[in-house]
Design a protein around this ligand. Structure first.
Ligand code: AMP
Ligand code: MG
Length: 407
């Protein structure tokens, strides 16, 4: 479509577009909420976490064995076995010189004890423990506070939480963490040619494959997206549905209808109902991508070609969704060595499909997929990463290291 440019940037450099997404997202930070630590992986921490408890909370045994005084040990020493302390409630035992206690891993160290000997290294005969060698003070004892002291800063606001971080919070006794609310996302695919999978195609129709691509990508982001029925290429219908979605969701993702064809109505509708932050980025595929706002929702209009959907979602889509939650580091990237030479003839950022492979030198390798057309979905399914070819360069040799976006 042709549309008068009402002041929004167009044909932006990729980095400029990224900067706009980052800025808009950080101005629209979603509010914090409490979330159970059993459900926080992938969520973004809204406040620093300070340790309310030391770890370990008490000195405990690192082994199954016998707790004793190191001074009493030595080759041939024999100690009186006076009790048992298993992991669980502290029995309050105290031992004197020449005595020892049976103990299990994680059990509190009884008073008077300063070392543990492994059960494999001793013999017990008639209630007495016989040692084969001296035991150093502190051996197999995990001191209180060794890992975490009360008041330690454990995690900073803005951290995208890992399973290990969730478990650290649980270990210091926190049942919930303050995280940014997850964005609600509406997904619209659009096009008169589209039929949902499971329905029979009529002449000229194809199945809506981008809907499944986007919904699965969003699920992998830990989100719970809502799929709307396929939008027809009908401006009135699109306008009505997008206006509703703009009132109800944090993010509206659309796909198709954003380019320059007669049926590409999206840019005009976003401009009319809200505002366009930018339209068209110097990237390939994905050039027509549009970023704007309708109502309270940020709208990302992805182009219809499947590989363009991947390229624009993995970059701008993830950046927007994570940025709204207070994580402005963007999506994680990796690096891999090319298995073959590559070249491009333009100055746009290009995204190629590639298959990641283990490398002999410990560096990942990536094999570019021979199908290059952005409509070719099979090449995307046979690959597991996009290879990023930066704007300035035009040729790469086999063995060169490039950024990749795993998906
Ligand atoms: P458009 O951006 O609407 O011009 O679409 C570009 C190309 O992508 C066309 O070949 C469309 O048929 C195709 N396409 C658009 N949306 C989808 C979709 N949801 N699933 C599969 N292909 C699509
Ligand atoms: Mg279309």
């Amino acid at each position: 479509m042709t549309m008068a440019n009402s002041g929004f940037p167009t044909r932006l450099a990729f980095a400029q577009a990224q900067a706009i997404v980052r800025e808009v997202a950080s101005a629209q930070r979603l509010p914090p909420e409490q979330r159970a630590v059993t459900r926080t992986a992938g969520s973004v921490l809204a406040q620093d976490v300070i340790a309310p408890l030391a770890l370990p909370p008490f000195a405990n045994s690192a082994m199954d064995g016998f707790a004793l005084r190191a001074d009493d040990s030595g080759s041939g020493a024999s100690l009186q076995l006076v009790g048992e302390q298993f992991a669980g409630l502290d029995a309050g035992l105290a031992i004197g010189p020449g005595q020892c206690v049976r103990i299990t891993t994680g059990a509190p160290i009884p008073a008077g004890v300063d070392a543990v000997v492994m059960k494999e290294d001793v013999r017990v005969v008639d209630g007495r423990l016989h040692l084969a060698a001296a035991v150093a003070a502190g051996k197999h004892v995990r001191p209180a506070g060794e890992d975490v002291a009360v008041g330690d800063l454990l995690m900073r606001a803005g951290t995208r939480l890992s399973p290990a971080q969730a478990s650290l919070a649980a270990a210091v006794g926190l049942a919930e963490l303050p995280v940014s609310r997850r964005p609600t996302v509406a997904v619209f695919t659009s096009g008169d040619e589209l039929r949902p999978p499971g329905q029979t195609l009529r002449a000229g129709e194809i199945h809506d494959s981008n809907g499944s691509l986007l919904l699965n990508l969003l699920l992998a982001e830990g989100l719970d997206p809502v799929a709307w029925p396929i939008l027809p290429d009908d401006p009135a219908r699109m306008r009505a549905l997008l206006r509703d979605a703009g009132e109800a969701f944090d993010v509206v993702l659309t796909c198709g209808g954003v380019s320059a064809g007669e049926k590409d109505h999206l840019p005009g509708i976003v401009a009319e109902l809200g505002a366009i932050h930018f339209w068209k980025v110097m990237m390939r595929p994905g050039m027509p991508v549009l970023f704007g706002r309708i109502g309270q929702a940020q709208v990302l209009g992805l182009p219809g070609n499947p590989v363009a959907v991947l390229a624009s979602f993995l970059t701008f889509g993830r950046q927007l969704l994570r940025g709204l939650q207070g994580d402005d580091r963007g999506a994680p990237t990796a690096h891999a060595r090319l298995t073959q030479a590559l070249a491009k003839s333009h100055d746009r950022r290009e995204f190629l499909r590639g298959q990641l492979l283990p490398g002999d030198d410990g560096v990942l390798r990536v094999r570019p997929h021979p199908a290059t057309g952005s409509h070719r979905l099979r090449g995307a399914a046979d690959s597991d990463a996009l290879i990023v070819l930066p704007e300035q360069a035009h040729a790469w040799a086999a063995g060169d290291v490039l950024q990749v976006l795993p998906y």
